[in-house]
Write a protein that binds this ligand. Structure first.
Ligand SMILES: Nc1nc2c(c(=O)[nH]1)N[C@H]1C(S)=C(S)[C@@H](COP(=O)(O)O)O[C@H]1N2
Ligand SMILES: [Mo]
Length: 387
């Protein structure tokens, strides 16, 4: 992977002059925002063979191209379990059934005619980790309606406790029960408890960054649960079923779990917990230099809890506070930067750590040793480069 070494090279590479465009037109273009004479310093921990696009339906975001708050839609990371379903827009309806006073359904046009709201939210797949160079994370501005607006049209019964969200994608699963296995065709499903489902933050969205969702992002509509890991954001949302008992589908109760040991009152307790809110995390994404000064850029994610600090450590030096970007909002990813003065030529290691206002500190890899399954890896991420 090579990066253009200056803005002038960028212009040359994409032939802006030929298109009749100027540098000013570049604002908002998904290109590395480099000042004159500035260049990206390659990380030596990323192999040359790293390819962010692994299939037609799976893509990581190449963090080295992080140059602005919103991830362009053709770069937004993407993944799912059953591939992309075919959705016929002429018959599409979002249904709400179960413990409601009146089952209702909405076409895309009906949804779009409601009063829409915008929210910026970033999320990562709970499997995001150094193995994917933290590229299973992105940030977008989403447009839709609060889920509660739709639930109010249906009216919730008193016993309504559990809200199950089904995608239009489905696959064949072997469901184990005691010593038996049943082969069934099932929809992708996830659930939320009532208190959360009716909270104003949870949305049904049809646009990202001002454009209709792509198939990758779950067109025509998806659920958006700001502050939660990606799996909660059910794509190709077709059906909300309201019930009293907990939903124990595969992607709710089995596949998305973390096994963690925790010392409680002098005893090791092993907990299996479902994947929900994001754990505080930061990662260094990109380093640029103008020859004398380096700038370290990165992002942090939380469940919406404000951050107290992101700090950066270079080699064996002290933790130094980074500066937050003005674009950061409650549920966006939080961009940060650190100006590294007097960087000496030679190899270096860089690492960041985020701390939220409750004093929760992003753990070291050693501190996560008692986390057995690989999900929710929010450990401090060490980068390497040579100046
Ligand atoms: N219908 C459906 N929604 C889904 C999934 C899926 O397999 N089917 N995968 C989830 C997972 S695991 C993640 S990380 C996010 C990825 O969303 P994105 O492709 O927009 O980045 O979608 C979630 N929503
Ligand atoms: Mo995921």
């Amino acid at each position: 992977m090579s990066f253009p070494s200056s803005r002038r090279d960028v212009l040359k590479q994409i032939g802006l002059a030929g298109l009749g465009l100027t540098v000013a037109d570049l604002a908002g273009w998904p290109l590395p925002a480099l000042a004159q004479g500035e260049r990206v310093v390659p990380f030596t921990d990323v192999p040359d063979t790293y390819n962010p696009v692994s299939s037609a339906t799976n893509r990581t975001f190449d963090m080295r191209t992080l140059d602005g708050p919103l991830t362009p839609r053709d770069k937004f990371f993407t993944t799912q379990h059953y591939g992309h379903p075919e959705v016929d827009l002429s018959t599409y309806r979002l249904k709400i059934t179960g413990l409601v006073n009146k089952p209702v359904s909405f076409s895309l046009d009906e949804l779009k005619q409601m009063r829409s709201v915008d929210t910026t939210a970033g999320f990562e797949c709970s499997g995001n980790s150094p193995r994917s160079f933290q590229g299973l994370a992105s940030n977008g501005r989403w447009t839709g309606v609060p889920l509660k607006t739709l639930l109010d049209r249906a009216g919730l019964k008193a016993e309504a406790r559990e809200f199950v969200f089904f995608g239009l994608d489905h696959g064949t699963e072997e469901v184990e029960w005691r010593t038996q296995k049943f082969t069934v065709e099932q929809q992708f499903g996830r659930s939320l408890p009532r208190e959360h489902a009716v909270s104003p933050d949870v949305m049904v969205v049809w646009a990202m960054n001002g454009e209709p969702l792509t198939k990758h992002q779950g067109s025509p509509v998806r659920l958006l649960v700001p502050g939660w890991y990606g799996v909660a954001n059910v794509k190709w949302l077709g059906h909300v079923h309201v019930q009293e008992e907990p939903y124990l589908g595969r992607f709710q109760a089995r596949w998305y779990r973390t096994l963690r040991g925790e010392m409680i009152d002098g005893q090791m307790m092993w907990k299996e917990k479902g994947i929900g809110k994001m754990n505080v995390k930061s990662a260094i994404a990109r380093v640029t230099t103008d020859g004398s000064t380096c700038t370290i850029h990165g992002f942090a994610l939380t469940d919406g809890t404000p951050l107290k600090a992101v700090e950066v450590k270079i080699d064996d030096g002290p933790w130094q506070p980074a500066v937050f970007d003005k674009s950061n909002t409650k549920y966006s990813w939080k961009l940060f930067s650190y100006t590294w003065q007097g960087a000496a030529p030679g190899p270096h290691t860089l690492v960041s750590r985020a701390t939220d206002v409750n004093g929760v500190v992003q753990p070291t890899p050693q501190e996560l040793e008692n986390k057995k399954s690989f999900l929710e890896d929010n450990s401090q991420y060490t980068r390497k480069l040579t100046l």
